[in-house]
Design a binder for this molecule. Structure first.
Ligand SMILES: Nc1ncnc2c1ncn2[C@@H]1O[C@H](COP(=O)(O)OP(=O)(O)O)[C@@H](O)[C@H]1O
Ligand SMILES: [Mg+2]
Length: 264
């Protein structure tokens, strides 16, 4: 069976405006993600993680190689992106924000709002349907972002450090919320993070990228059974072992660049 996401020999260069030398963001990167799989990409800052997602989404061109999404259902969008900033329109209510994407897909008015309310309900935010984004906490805004992404129903969901700006408790709640939505959704997820804990909590597989130019340097299967409890996982012996094993690979990539500790 074809993988849902197929990245082969992908290299991407950027022209640096001042230096003249091109910057190689990704070099000969290979990654296959199966349909319905949840893969986390862990890597140091500046290693090309965002670039990888942008190429898969078709927003950036491959220099060499290719990144393909093999679609199965022409009625579903191929990809959707979720960013650190939920990216809600400040002048639209929460419900309108969720419904807006579906309008772009051509879903009719009544059905659009019913679907938006359904996904908002699944995020526990029905009471805030008429609120505006500035009236919500960061965690609630990101919940709305998730509701919008799942209402959009792409075959592939590309998530770029979506929870990196949230406090630790809120992040745990969002992990639980995301897992709950994803469990029944038949959706392939590629989730970029610099947090090993986040990768282990969410993913079926964690792929480690090198420092720039980014390529895959290691891969870990994350075998915790589902449904998962993000809090209970923390006390699992294997969790600590896998954390250490991934950090062992990542350490060498992170420290030359920043000499700082990896925040989780
Ligand atoms: N549009 C662009 N023009 C020039 N350089 C870019 C552009 N986008 C990314 N880069 C550079 O490519 C490298 C990888 O960036 P990025 O994909 O954002 O890394 P990450 O998401 O892992 O932090 C960085 O050095 C960044 O400065
Ligand atoms: Mg990035």
């Amino acid at each position: 069976m074809l993988p849902k996401i197929d990245v082969q020999g992908l290299s991407v260069q950027f022209m640096a405006p001042q230096q003249g030398e091109p910057i190689t963001a990704l070099a000969d990167l290979n990654l296959q993600v199966g349909a319905g799989e949840f893969v986390a990409v862990v890597g140091p800052s500046g290693g090309g993680k965002t670039t990888l997602l942008r190429v898969i989404a078709g927003l950036e061109r491959a220099g060499q190689g290719a990144a393909q999404v093999h679609r199965a259902d022409p009625k579903r969008p191929a990809t959707a992106m979720v960013f650190q900033d939920a990216g809600l329109f400040p002048w639209m209510s929460v419900l309108e924000n969720i419904a807006y994407g579906m309008r772009m897909q051509g879903i009719r008015g009544k059905q659009r709002y019913e679907l938006a309310l359904f996904w908002l309900g699944r995020m526990g935010l029905t009471r805030f349907a008429d609120a505006f984004p500035h009236q919500l906490s960061g965690g609630m805004r990101q919940r709305v972002g998730l509701a919008r992404a799942f209402a959009h129903n792409p075959e592939v969901l590309l998530m770029d450090e979506p929870f990196a700006a949230l406090d630790a408790q809120t992040r745990l709640e969002l992990h639980a919320a995301l897992l709950e939505l994803w469990d029944g959704a038949d959706m392939t997820v590629l989730f970029v993070t610099h947090s090993i804990e986040e990768a282990l909590t969410l993913a079926d597989r964690a792929v480690v990228l090198s420092a720039r130019p980014g390529r895959v340097i290691a891969e870990f299967r994350v075998a915790f059974p589902r449904p998962r409890d993000p809090v209970a996982l923390r006390t699992d012996y294997t969790f600590g072992q896998q954390y250490a094993a991934i950090w062992d690979v990542l350490r060498g990539e992170v420290q030359p660049a920043s000499e700082g500790a990896l925040s989780t």
